[in-house]
Ligand binder design. Sequence first.
Ligand SMILES: *Cc1c(COP(=O)(O)O)cnc(C)c1O
Length: 427
Amino acid sequence: MSYQYQKRLDDAYVMHTYGRLPVEFVRGEGMELFDDAGRAYRDFLAGIGVCSLGHNHPAVTRALTEQATKLTSVSNYFYTEHRGEVAALLSKLANDDLDGARALVAALDAADEGAFDAAASPKPGERVWKTFFANSGAEANEGAMKLARLFARRQGNGGNTIVCLKGGFHGRTLETIAATMQDWLQESFTPLPGGFIACEPNDVAELRAIFDRYGSEICAVMFEPIQGESGVHPLTPEFLRAADELVHGVGGLTISDEVQAGVFRCGAPFAVQLAGVTPDIMSLAKGIAGGMTMGAVVARAEVADVFRPGDHGSTFGGSALAVAAAEAVLAELVRGDYAAHAASVGAYLASRLEELPQVTEVRGAGLMRGCDLVEEAGDAHDVVARLMAEGVIANATGVRTLRFLPPLICEREDVDVLIAALQRVLG
Ligand SMILES: *Cc1c(COP(=O)(O)O)cnc(C)c1O
């Protein structure tokens, strides 16, 4: 069906919560999207960091179609295939243990239960992580915050306040917009749930002052290691280490929102690992299942074990279909050594962006990059529209800032296509 037809129906019957660009995509293949007229676009957005292996990846498509013909959903009351395997893989990845993850993937490839069990079983001193499966990033963050509050309660710690960072983004539910310290996202929806304190990102002195004043009330510090929606702003390792130290000093927990930066995008399984900091809880979503809806709360076992039957749930979370997709995605990310790939192609992307005279600053890590433009370049949203006319999909997070979240299969030659288009558009 035609673009005009879809646009007419969408504009008339779908709520206008997103400003749409004038294109209808009907198909994707690898780094490319195709519109209704068959025109190809190089995709540097990937469904907002969702399609980590690009479009129509054979491993993901096979896993989805095979699972769809067997079983899609039976609820969390029963055991099904893949759920435990995905959680075991996440446990190795949360330890930044790529060799351990490779051993699990080799066992999966050999369909060898015994080998998987042996590779999964923790070595002496190995930290174990457990996963709760949800359906989205906001839901993963809700689960993470509930877990942090419950942990504080079960420890007999009176704290229930969560410290969040200005410029952060944690989702669109009432609780997660309360945690998102940006006025324009909050002001129309008051009253918001309480129990949050805002801190300036990377301001260790302010964080210390908050703990001096409110320490006994605090149960967690929640942060994105690289703030995505506000324009790709990384937290400094010093700030992350201070947060880790201060919150543990009051018996609380760190929650790393890895919804956008995590799952290999930034050159490590999870972005917080780049700073050498180990969080207590991580929330995941976007790239984890290659386009299937999935969110996940991953917590170290001593924290995770405070959840008992009835404390939390999700009808759809961890459906057989979603975990089949996640297993295919995670296995391929491990097999293809995509952390190293994202780091090297991402460094190339950053260096090519830095060469552009209209770019004033490049930020981020791996294949999560943002850059600021000179004022004469015009509104970044117009730049995005002009890039689309040149056959490249990107994103603006503000009037001066472009953001790139390509699939992790992105190669240098794809970067060259983007840079050439940017040169035409900005020149
Ligand atoms: C996208 C995003 C969310 C929200 O995820 P949804 O799946 O849209 O609910 C939360 N945190 C971060 C860091 C995100 O980028």
